[in-house]
Design a protein around this ligand. Sequence first.
Ligand SMILES: C[S@@+](CC[C@H](N)C(=O)[O-])C[C@H]1O[C@@H](n2cnc3c(N)ncnc32)[C@H](O)[C@@H]1O
Length: 197
Amino acid sequence: MTEIFSYTACRQLSQMFLAIIFFHVSEYILAIAFHGKSNVTLSSLLISKNYLLAMIFSLLEYFIEISLFPGMKEYWWVSSLGLAMVIIGELIRKIAIITAGRSFTHLIKVHHEEHHKLITHGIYRFVRHPGYCGFFIWSVGTQIMLCNPISTIGFAFVVWRFFAERIPYEEYFLRHFFGSEYVEYARVTPSGVPFVK
Ligand SMILES: C[S@@+](CC[C@H](N)C(=O)[O-])C[C@H]1O[C@@H](n2cnc3c(N)ncnc32)[C@H](O)[C@@H]1O
């Protein structure tokens, strides 16, 4: 039980809390910067009920494992790989948000607005969904950082499935808004999420 107060737990849990706080606060600040305070609600913090449940589950897994099998959390190369994924995923996502500017909205647009321009430059030259690619790496990275095997697999599966369903839906509207320009862009640019065409 004392392992919960060990150096390992303090370090891994503080990294986790810092990663979460930084992610959500920066999403909110960037949303305000690009869309204006009056157009942004607390939903831009991106904290849903399912997300909260997943995070609580991952912390429960962490506490149970560190109490019963403390050695599991001592694989520092695994934890450091997770930390690197958190930083890289965060960077990719924030570069995507800054590159797309006003075209990046947390809710998928179903009606074309004048200021909504097709973005194909910067990081969007390499992948069509850098924001989702970054979040996928970030979220799985948080669990690798905690050396949580069950949540690593669970997060990878759930987040992947979420984007595998969301991307075709989002692209249906993008094709509608931008026509052949989007079709050609999608033809030559990978999605950025593994196994999603
Ligand atoms: C949460 S953002 C995600 C953007 C993108 N899927 C990504 O992962 O970086 C969703 C909004 O971005 C818009 N969007 C997605 N790709 C776009 C692009 N290449 N150019 C302009 N708008 C885009 C969609 O219309 C949608 O309203």
